[in-house]
Design a protein around this ligand. Structure first.
Ligand code: E4P
Length: 218
């Protein structure tokens, strides 16, 4: 499973890249707003740090303007992935961009039939939002399972399931068990994946016993 970082915070991305766990980045207009940075400059900086896909979202809602914005975004760097919303116009833009070889992430997916449309439009990624579905009393994880199972019926569909709106390590585990290709994770969740109290306790005991030997390896 690939890990993307879901943030517009360049410092957090930089620190996480050093872990070797980061395969790409997703941003959205809210994350760009909270970064306080110029959108194009921010995407450029992230693309230099991370070799994998960096999703940058169009702001227009009509296909003509979306395609003009996509042109601006994709000239920033080769690894920019154009993010479009799962709307009629968004999927028209997806189809046009995909046909010319541009990577597209279709975002704001909340149903399996929406994911079917994204795949038919040639999306590179579809982003089902787990946490936001859970927030309204639906099962985000069931949606991930449904989309993975549905896509498996059609080997000619190459859209990757990008589990988004992840709020906990168990969302990561269940997405991986369901076969999602990618999970986009807030930095806090990536750090949480490392943690287990028995790891800390075990390491402390090993080091204490090692001290008793009086030996040094280097
Ligand atoms: C995905 O690309 C989105 O940016 C993100 O996962 C949304 O997460 P949220 O529901 O926590 O805002």
């Amino acid at each position: 499973m690939k890990f993307f970082v879901d943030t517009g915070d360049i410092n957090e991305i930089s620190t996480l890249v050093e872990t070797g766990m980061v395969d790409g980045v997703t941003t959205n207009p809210s994350l760009v707003a909270s970064s306080g940075k110029d959108f194009v400059a921010l995407v450029r900086d992230i693309c230099q740090l991370v070799p994998g896909h960096v999703s940058a979202e169009v702001l227009a809602t009509d296909v003509t303007t979306m395609l003009k914005e996509a042109e601006v975004l994709r000239t920033i760097a080769d690894n920019v992935c154009i993010k479009v919303p799962l709307t009629v116009d968004g999927l028209k833009a997806c189809k046009a961009l995909s046909a010319e070889g541009t990577a597209v992430n279709v975002t704001l997916c909340f149903s399996a039939v929406q994911a079917l449309l994204a795949a038919k439009a040639g999306a590179t990624y579809v982003s089902p939002f787990i946490g936001r579905l859970d927030d309204v009393g639906e099962s985000g994880m069931q949606l991930i399972r449904d989309i993975v199972n549905m896509y498996d019926n059609y080997p000619n569909l190459h859209t990757q399931v990008l589990a988004a709106s992840i709020r906990s390590p168990s969302h990561v585990l269940e997405s991986a068990m369901a076969g999602a290709h990618v999970a986009t994770l807030p930095p806090k969740i990536i750090w949480q994946l490392y943690n287990h109290p028995l790891t800390d306790k075990g390491l402390a005991a090993f080091l204490k016993d090692w001290e008793k030997t009086g030996q040094k390896l280097i």
